[in-house]
Design a protein around this ligand. Sequence first.
Ligand code: IMP
Length: 426
Amino acid sequence: MSVVVIVGTQWGDEGKGKITDYYAERSDHIVRFQGGNNAGHTIELEEEKFKLHLLPSGILRNDKKAVIGNGTVVDPKVLLEEINNLEKRGVDTSNLVLSDRAALIMPYHRAMDELEENLKGNLKAGTTKKGIGPCYSDKVARFGIRVIDLYNPGSLRDKLETIVPIKNKIFEAFGEDKSWDVERLHQKYTDYGKKLKDYVDDVSVLLDNAIDNDEDILFEGAQGTHLDIDHGVYPYTTSSHTTAAGASLGSGIGPINIDSVIGIMKAYTSRVGTGPFPAELEDEIADYIREKGGEYGTTTGRPRRVGWLDLVMVRYSSRVNSLTELAVTNVDVLSGLDEIKVCTGYRHEGKKIKEFPADIERIYDYEPVYETFQGWEEQDWDTIAEKGYSALPENVKEYLEYIEESIEVPITHISIGPKRHQTIAR
Ligand code: IMP
């Protein structure tokens, strides 16, 4: 039995989907524990490309359970669309399990996301506008609707009768021409409930039984450590616990059940949304990496900001997640550059700074300190994938081994292309 958690060590989009899919092969349960359809995972099977937002990557393997835990926020409209799209492409989704305790995204959450972003000025995080933040706010304020409410029509109506007039007043106060009708929402959401009923279960009990039966569980993190609501670059974060401890909270298993935590790290850094980014590049190297790496948001299509690998960020991730392994992705994307830099720390007023500050505004005054490496040419990555680690160019190995020593976590997987087989297990 093994319980493995996969987390992003940067700002999301580290290529977790592919590595998750690789581990999913060895797992019985693949669990999403936080976030919602703000995530975007692209999985390329040999012939086909799948873009998933809310569904766990395990959905593509119908001998595994694909589980959506209580720590997620679920937009039922989006979930049903994703299910229908996969079914149309011949994917059997009967292996999906949806937690009865997951919070539901309501249409007023999406509208509130938009309104709040417009009102926030410099505090704007550049959200995906999917209603994630407002849904988590309502959950914590004990003002939310959960999956289980869809199966208690009386209680759902009571809740909507209390909540909806308040939401409508807020929109009216801001001069927004938006309002929701309790009866229509009730109708719509009980209808979603009927369509989702067969998937709904108690995820904590399901996973507890799986642990008792020595089954393998994989927790699939979405976003990245530096977007965590507590440990990220607050307030330019998402609203959930993207770090490893979130796997326990967001699924209902105790933390001592977790055996290993794999951090996914892109060979450089990327970021969508606003906020500080110390090793950011804004020159032709940025354009080169962005185009070569297809650095455009899977969910919003926005061009991603890109920069050199920042080891301060990854060391921080190693600490807050208790990383036991690192998987490095997009190594192939850096091919063709003469030099590759790595940010090893920052400098401010003559002092070297090794830790990310809590007051993230200070980062704007920090100057990144770089170590420079020799680049490598474009390679026949398929042949290298077949031969394994030793076939990698010496400059790639030097780069990877420097990272490994600096983070003090072994690199166990190296991804050298988007396809499933283009991964080296070391
Ligand atoms: P929200 O999660 O939509 O509320 O957005 C909050 C912040 O997290 C914004 O900066 C988003 O761009 C960022 N974000 C949310 N989901 C992802 C993701 O899957 N990858 C990268 N950034 C994300």
